[in-house]
Design a protein around this ligand. Structure first.
Ligand SMILES: C[S@@+](CC[C@H](N)C(=O)[O-])C[C@H]1O[C@@H](n2cnc3c(N)ncnc32)[C@H](O)[C@@H]1O
Length: 277
């Protein structure tokens, strides 16, 4: 009965309100601990810029709508926006038309530390202005809180969507990770491990399919015809769900959480025993 209640609570847990990166600029903040994500995005920057230039050269809009979905609060998002602006400016110079105005929408879940991004904007503009003879580009940056698993923007208002290292976050704990009695079927693990039954990977797969379909349906309304998306997310090379480069880290996390939960449970039981004597 307890397990079943807990399972229901987990399934109903409002991921949008609970999960977020650590805000601010302290030692444990996402801002100070996201160089790996920056490296990942840099690795495929040529693909991002190619796709962007193709959209821009084909449509040459006067007002270019760009969204970064799952922007978080470090410098990674503004860094890619800077590259995007400079790349479009270079393209417009080449075809000898004035650069467009840029509408930039930075999206993340409502609990994200958007204030940190806003506070860094003056430095960002100063940086962008460096080594420029002309004036600053017409750049309008806005925070856009909400889940990308659903509609975020009005119809046809975006030309380019960028999302890096965010789309492997599911919208919720997959319901089929629990059996009919509400017991977790992936006991002892918080990930798809070597000991997980096949139903576990099927549960995650089904949730990903549902979420990603919703993501694509929503973006298909918001992107203008001819618009493009660059989506960077975790994946695996082979068919085996367990054979992933970073499963080692999940294993460590899983064990640490199990030890922590056991200690909490032990302290709780000790407290109850003391209360009874
Ligand atoms: C690892 S961070 C990546 C941040 C940034 N793109 C980067 O490359 O550094 C993943 C971000 O995705 C956000 N996220 C997860 N699910 C989301 C959703 N459904 N809608 C919007 N943002 C989401 C998280 O809040 C988090 O800030």
């Amino acid at each position: 009965m307890i397990t079943s209640t807990r399972a229901k609570r987990n399934q109903n847990m409002d991921v949008e309100k609970v999960f977020r990166m650590t805000g601010g600029t302290g030692d444990n903040s996402y801002a100070k601990n996201s160089s790996y994500q920056k490296k990942v995005s840099d690795m495929v920057k040529h693909i991002t810029m190619d796709a962007l230039q193709q959209v821009y050269l084909a449509l040459a809009p006067k007002s270019l709508g760009i969204a970064d979905l799952g922007c978080s609060s470090g410098s990674n998002s503004l860094s890619i926006i800077k590259d995007i602006v400079e790349s479009v400016e270079a393209a417009s110079c080449k075809i000898m038309i004035p650069a467009p105005e840029f509408r930039v929408y930075l999206n993340d879940l409502p609990t994200n530390d958007f204030n940190s991004i806003f506070k860094s904007l003056p430095d960002f503009y100063r940086d962008l202005n460096k080594e420029r003879s002309g004036g600053l580009p017409l750049l309008f940056i806005a925070g856009y809180p909400g889940s990308f698993y659903g509609r975020l923007f009005p119809n046809d208002c975006l030309h380019f969507v960028h999302s890096s290292y965010s789309l492997h976050w599911l919208s919720k704990v997959p319901p089929s990770l629990y059996d009919k009695q509400g017991k977790p079927i992936n006991r002892g693990s918080v990930h798809i491990s070597a000991s997980s039954p096949p139903l576990v990977s099927q549960a995650y797969y089904a949730q990903f399919q549902e979420d990603f379909s919703l993501f694509l349906r929503s973006r298909s309304e918001e992107l203008t015809a001819g618009g493009r998306m660059v989506l960077i997310m975790l994946g695996r090379i082979g068919p085996d769900h367990v054979d992933r480069g970073n499963s080692f880290y999940w294993e460590l996390l899983s064990r640490s959480l199990t030890i922590l939960a056991t200690q909490i449970l032990l302290n709780f039981c000790r407290g109850r025993l003391k209360g009874k004597t």
